[in-house]
Design a protein around this ligand. Structure first.
Ligand code: GTB
Length: 236
């Protein structure tokens, strides 16, 4: 090892799996109440799609901000992913890593693969931001005097994006040919809107999300995170 670089090398995760399967971090008790909306869910789903067993390291909010975890994840968030000497953060990067190392989530054909990557980026960079903005407007800004006035603008931006996406999806089952990591991330992102009823105005997208949820791999991932939530002692 180059000694000059040693101080910058992140320590290995405190929990090291001995079975060779990757370990992901997740909330010890997710604030979503076990609805599968936290970002570990998309990683669990990808791992289930490719048939890769995994371990879960549950963490409290406090533990996320401790130096040992910040060495793994610079922003102190879930999910992080550890596999051998590799440590990754960012759910999109983790899903891409899984898709690149297993068959089933990215097409073989080079152009089709590039298009699937484009949909992965679209899910995270183009569709998710207005959805997060809306969640923030509803939850974090609700008490602000300008909140009621702003909310319709934020909702409108989400609806505009959904209409564009529905238009492109058309009558297709998935965004580009077979189900891919692009669909996995897009469905995961859209699921955040389900409870609000906003998807109901976009029937094609509601059906698209339902198709994603119906996949056996999604069901297994959902059940796993739900079981973890129900097994965790209530906090506070
Ligand atoms: N860009 C990162 C990624 O994709 O990995 C974002 C990761 C992220 O936001 N992680 C959140 C986190 O760790 C959990 S998923 N937050 C703790 C912190 O920042 O201190 C976001 C989330 C939280 C709660 C709900 N919910 O209750 O419904 C849904 C989604």
């Amino acid at each position: 090892m180059n000694q000059r670089h040693a101080p910058d090398t992140p320590p290995r995760p405190a929990t090291r799996d001995t079975t060779g399967s990757p370990t992901i971090t997740a909330f010890a008790r997710s604030p979503d109440g076990g609805r599968g909306l936290a970002r570990d869910m998309r990683v669990r789903w990808a791992l289930e799609e490719v048939g890769q067993p995994y371990q879960v390291r549950p963490l409290s909010f406090q533990a996320l901000k401790e130096p040992a975890y910040l060495a793994l994840h610079p922003f102190g968030q879930i999910p992080a992913y550890a596999e051998g000497s590799l440590v990754l953060f960012e759910s999109g990067a983790i899903v891409l890593h899984i898709a690149e190392h297993h068959a089933g989530l990215l097409p073989e054909d080079a152009d089709a693969r590039s298009r699937a990557l484009a949909w992965m980026f679209a899910a995270l960079n183009t569709v998710e931001p207005p959805i997060i903005e809306l969640a923030n407007a509803r939850l974090l800004e609700a008490g602000q005097p300008w909140s009621r006035e702003r909310l319709p603008l934020v909702e409108g931006r989400v609806h505009d994006r959904l209409a564009q996406l529905a238009n492109r999806l058309g009558q297709a089952k998935w965004l580009d040919g077979d189900f891919s990591a692009g669909d996995l991330l897009m469905v995961a992102v859209l699921l955040r809107l389900q409870a609000s009823g906003m998807l109901d105005a976009h029937a094609k997208l509601a059906a698209y999300v339902a198709r994603g949820e119906a996949r056996p791999a999604y069901q297994r991932a959902f059940a796993a995170q739900r079981a973890a939530f129900e097994a965790a002692p209530p906090t506070g």
